[in-house]
Each structure stands twice: as C-alpha cells, then as structure tokens.
Design a protein. Structure first.
Length: 185
C-alpha cells in the first residue's frame, strides 16, 4: 500500500509519471485535472461550473474541488490499495484540507514527490502538448498561478520529512527510475 502526493509545475510531466507509478505500484491514479475534464465532458454541474476557470488557466474554487477529492479518496479502491494524487493539493488551503481529511479517515501519505523542470522547458512542453487549455495565454496564466499559489505548497511540506525533489528534466524512463528509487518500499 502506497500513498503518494505528486507536486510540480504544469508541463513537468506529472501526469505521465503519475500514470507510470500507478501502473507499477498497482494503485489508483487520482488526477483532479482528469476528474474535472471528465465532468466537463459529462456537462454535469461541477463541469459546467469548472469549465471557465480551466479555460482561463485559473484554479477551480476550493469549494468545488474539496468534495470531489473527499469522494474519490474514500472510494473502496483508494482505501484498499492506496493512491497517487496528481494535481492536488494546488494551494496551501488544499494541503491543509488534505491533512485534515487523511487524519479523519485514518490515512497518512508516505511521501511528497516534487518534480523539478526549468521554466523554459515547461513552456516548450506545454506548447507541444496541444490540450484544449494549452493556448499561449492560458499557459502563461497557469505558470503564474503555479508560482503564486501552488509553489508555496512545497514550503508547506518542506517542514515534514516526506518531501523529496526529483529532476524532471531527463528522459521519461530516467525520471520514472529516479522516482521509484525514492518511493518507500
Ligand atoms: P491539470 O490537468 O492538473 O493541469 O489541471 C487542469 C486545470 O484543472 C487547471 O488549470 C485548473 O483549472 C483545474 N484544476 C486541476 N486540479 C485542480 C485543483 N486541485 N484545484 C483547482 N483547480 C484545479
């Protein structure tokens, strides 16, 4: 059983690496971005409310995100097998919520992985990805939002002994190997 939190700027390769770790450790990959995109496709209430924020590269308000995360983490597959969280927490309030939620449901994260990639490389990767929200303006805004709201989450976890930073500016295989080396057995 492993419970992994995955941090890093947009374009760092979190999604790719989180999927590879989820496969190798046989744990659910919980991406709040994927959950939100599914809600947008379904055009349910969450999707309709979230879409505008996502298109602009802003964070979707915590009031919409927190229930979604609680529901997902308390599903049977996650309580039974563990999880890798990708794209959450995205600000310090979400990190505090997660701590509270985990203690309520008697769970603890094992490690916080922080994927580091230089800014110039992030822009190249994001422009090459071609996702609906990968336009130049939205990319710029997402990187700003990362710096202002998400980067402080690294500081939040720095005081715990669970934060490990990994160089994400290597080949996909090399990054996965590094991550596997630091994830506790
Ligand atoms: P991602 O796939 O993680 O890059 O997320 C895509 C978009 O979904 C982000 O730009 C945000 O608009 C929204 N989003 C994903 N996760 C969160 C979160 N934890 N809190 C707020 N908004 C989020």
């Amino acid at each position: 059983m492993r419970r992994l939190i995955f941090l890093g700027p947009p374009g760092a390769g979190k999604g790719t690496q989180a999927k590879r770790l989820a496969d190798s450790y046989e744990i659910p990959h919980i991406s709040t971005g994927d959950l939100l995109r599914a809600a947008v496709v379904q055009q349910n209430e969450l999707g309709i409310k979230a879409k505008g924020y996502m298109d602009r590269g802003e964070l979707v308000p915590d009031s919409l995100i927190l229930d979604m995360v609680r529901d997902r983490l308390t599903k049977l597959d996650a309580t039974a097998a563990g999880w890798i969280l990708d794209g959450f927490p995205r600000n310090v309030a979400q990190a505090e919520f997660l701590d509270k939620l985990l203690s309520e449901i008697n769970q603890e994260s094992d490690i916080v992985l922080n994927l580091e990639v230089p800014d110039e490389e992030l822009v190249i990767r994001l422009l090459g990805r071609g996702r609906a929200d990968d336009t130049e303006d939205t990319i710029r805004r997402r990187l700003e939002v990362y710096r202002e709201q998400t980067a402080p989450v690294i500081g939040y976890y720095r005081h715990s002994d669970r934060l490990v930073s990994v160089n994400g500016n290597l080949s996909i295989e090399e990054v996965t190997a590094q991550l596997q080396r630091v994830v506790p057995c």
